[in-house]
Design a binder for this molecule. Structure first.
Ligand code: NAX
Ligand code: ADP
Length: 301
């Protein structure tokens, strides 16, 4: 197993040319949030911008859009139809497709804070964009019978489960996931065909390869990150980095792997830096997002 270190970042971090403009760095579409979990979408969209994406679009339920558009004016928000429970509704699909045709996002990050939204299945199977599949999108996939038989393995994707989500996807007890982390991340990687994470202390990143998938282990991050919303920050960071790498190099497994490796390292480092100021107890997920610029400065030194 390889370690993800600062040297890994030197090799894989996207470049920011002097003459670049926002079109050089890709467009992230975040489909995230619900009436009770708008914060997850906020952390994800904000982190994609902070990681360097040129543009971030955020599709969210219409009732929470005004508040979050004010909280994150740098993102372009798309208010969509919602269910009585405040989840993104299936009817939102047509408006979402119209928006995609007009604004041409480079990739989508789906799932944070979506709950059991009826839109998630369509996003997973009918959206023809590279995907970062997180949180409730992973849960929706796990609920679909024999999902691995239907999943298109050649699609450029990054899967970001924590042990609970991994256990649901593999239909195994979570204790087993934690005992056999290396085996499990390889197993899910084989089933998805995409770059696959297993989050937690020493997050694993598995990169699909012709023979045995290659696994990397992260060396940053600690208990300051063990708090609600940290994962939403991570999926945003990875999406923001992939937008840049994919725009420059193409959206394939190679750019997905670089985005995931750089993303988990920078996210962990941001958590470590936030903990220096706020302790392992006091770091909020937004503090991790706010420490990302310092994490970039450290690796760019
Ligand atoms: N402010 C917000 O809007 C927030 C919304 N969130 C959303 O809440 C929804 C549910 O996500 P959750 O992850 O909370 O719920 P889940 O039910 O998917 O997972 C929670 C459980 O997973 C297990 N687990 C996770 N990481 C583990 C680790 N490293 N080691 C061992 N066990 C581990 C634990 O048993 C934990 O109780 C998602 O949509 C998520 O995006 C959360 O991210 C929290 C913040
Ligand atoms: N003890 C720890 N050491 C290192 N990283 C951790 C630790 N605890 C949590 N993390 C990281 O924090 C993030 C938590 O993600 P997740 O469980 O999805 O949270 P949420 O759903 O609340 O956003 C993951 O990136 C995980 O690797």
């Amino acid at each position: 197993m390889k370690q993800i270190t600062r040297e890994t970042l030197s090799a894989f971090l996207p470049r920011r040319e002097k003459t670049a403009h926002k079109g050089s760095f890709g467009r992230v579409l975040a489909v995230a949030g619900s009436r009770s979990m708008g914060g997850a979408g906020f952390l994800c969209a904000k982190s994609a911008l902070t990681a360097g994406a040129g543009l971030v679009f955020w599709a969210l339920p219409q009732s929470i859009q005004p508040a979050f558009a004010a909280a994150l004016p740098e993102a372009i928000t798309l208010p969509l139809a919602q269910t009585a429970d405040g989840l993104l509704a299936e009817d939102a699909w047509t408006d979402l497709l119209d928006f995609i045709r007009e604004h041409r996002p480079s990739l989508a990050v789906i799932g944070p804070g979506m709950g059991q939204s009826p839109l998630v299945d369509k996003l997973l199977f009918d959206l023809s964009l590279p995907l970062v599949v997180d949180a409730d999108a992973l849960n929706a996939l796990a609920r679909r019978p024999h999902w691995e038989q239907h999943w298109p393995k050649d699609r450029p994707c990054i899967f970001t489960p924590h042990p609970g989500e991994m256990a649901r996807l593999l239909k195994e007890p979570m204790a087993q996931t934690q005992e056999e982390r290396l085996h499990q991340v390889q197993e899910l990687c084989r089933k998805t065909g995409g770059v696959t994470l297993l989050k937690g202390c020493g997050t694993l990143v598995c990169v699909p390869q012709a023979q045995t998938p290659q696994v990397w282990q992260n060396t940053t991050g600690g208990p300051a990150l063990a708090k609600a919303g940290s994962g939403d920050v991570l999926s945003g960071v990875i999406a923001g980095l992939w937008a840049q790498l994919g725009t420059a190099q193409g959206f394939d497994a190679a750019s997905a792997a670089k985005a995931a490796l750089c993303g988990v390292y920078l996210h962990g480092l941001a958590g470590d830096l936030a903990a220096l100021k706020r302790s392992d107890f006091g770091v909020l997920a937004r503090d991790t997002a706010d420490a990302l610029p310092q994490a970039f400065l450290e690796v760019l030194q």
